[in-house]
Design a protein. Structure first.
Ligand code: ATP
Ligand code: MG
Length: 343
């Protein structure tokens, strides 16, 4: 059973001796907001790890950055006063839901926070990106929703940091929507399981990665969460579907989960050289002025490649522009909780 029980100082120090990455990922609720930041992992790097000559698709946005803030190993992020549960949803496919969920989750974990990613998509992309086992038959989200299994018994650890855990999804989840239809409490099953996990663990952030639909899997995630994160791809038709998503959210709010708020919009696959990309970003910012994160996630070959190495871009190419952008996004999210508390 893998839980985020806080370790005693001695245990943690011992652990840090054998696994140096553990030392930088320990959590301090006492970290002052003003000193917060992110600890980047010392993950594997290619020798020439920025633009390669044999990589014609390499984007200028992939230039390495000298962002000192992103590399400062002394900094950690502030913990929220209570666990924050995000549903990452947009019924439009391929907009960057999974990429955003896993990379922001990893950035928060490398900042020292305890993070859980729930893969609620039968495609299992979040499980792939986080390098956890998810062959058919591997217990995960299906067993939690259909068989009442406990999340804490089924989570697996992202191999690159001790404080990021994943509830995997397998192809078995594909039939869950149909099987749930006649089950009692079909919309609230994930909520019950997450409430149990939060009580039994020391988790700070939970991200539920949804499939590109508004069916029972997404509904379970919407009911279980307090914050909605919507990734929007900076391309034509970007806002298509967002009004449908907002109607669904309002229905969920009125019926099953009053606490759900759209708190975070993430602009993904942004290409600063492209007028359309800039126009879409500006339109989204007009539409969601307070919710849209300051940083745009650049279109980046490194981000797209990382899952094929069963990694987030934070370990695959920690200094790439994509990794730095996700770190900044995570930092703004973590800081928002502190500002909110101080209001
Ligand atoms: N910033 C980026 N730069 C380049 N490629 C990206 C970026 N973000 C995501 N991608 C790629 O775009 C594709 C879709 O991304 P992703 O799987 O995260 O979207 P999704 O919304 O979760 O998709 P689905 O709706 O199928 O679940 C993937 O191949 C991913 O690697
Ligand atoms: Mg996805």
């Amino acid at each position: 059973m893998a839980l985020f029980f806080r370790k005693s100082r001695d245990e943690a120090d011992e652990r840090a001796e054998v696994d140096p990455s553990f030392a930088v990922s320990r959590v301090s609720r006492e970290t002052p907001a003003a000193h917060s930041g992110i600890v980047l992992p010392h993950g594997p790097r290619r020798a020439a790890y920025d633009r390669r000559e044999d990589d014609p698709g390499a984007n200028v946005n992939d230039e390495a950055t000298d962002d000192a803030e992103a590399r400062d190993p002394r900094l950690t992020l502030p913990r929220p006063s209570s666990p924050r549960v995000f549903v990452v949803a947009n019924q439009k496919g391929g907009v960057g839901k999974t990429t955003t969920a896993v990379n922001i989750a990893a950035a928060l974990a490398f900042g020292g926070l305890n993070v859980l990613v729930v893969d609620a998509d039968p495609q299992g992309n979040a499980s792939t990106a986080l390098g956890v086992e998810h062959d058919a038959g591997t217990p995960g989200t299906y067993q939690v929703l259909l068989e009442g299994a406990r999340i804490a018994d089924l989570v697996q650890r992202y191999p690159h940091t001790p404080n990021l855990h994943v509830l995997p999804a397998t192809i078995d989840l594909a039939t869950a929507e149909l099987e749930l239809v006649n089950e009692p409490g079909r919309e609230t099953r994930m909520k019950r399981a997450l409430t149990d996990y939060i009580t039994a663990s020391d988790v700070d952030y939970i991200f539920v990665d949804c499939p590109p639909s508004l069916g029972l899997l997404t509904l379970n995630a919407l009911v279980a969460s307090t914050e909605l994160m919507v990734p929007i791809q900076c391309e034509y038709y970007a806002l298509e579907g967002v009004s449908q998503l907002m109607r669904t959210i309002n229905k969920v709010k009125g019926n099953l989960n009053d606490s759900l708020e759209l708190s975070t919009v993430v602009l993904t696959m942004f290409d600063a050289r492209n007028n359309l990309s800039r126009e879409v970003a500006s339109e989204v910012r007009n539409y969601f002025p307070s919710q849209t994160l300051d940083v745009e996630i650049p279109r980046s070959v490194r981000i797209a490649e990382a899952p094929s190495y069963a990694q987030t871009v934070l370990t695959y190419q920690p200094r790439s522009a994509g990794a730095v952008a996700y770190v900044k996004a995570a930092e703004q999210i973590a800081q928002a909780a502190v500002v909110e508390k101080e209001k």
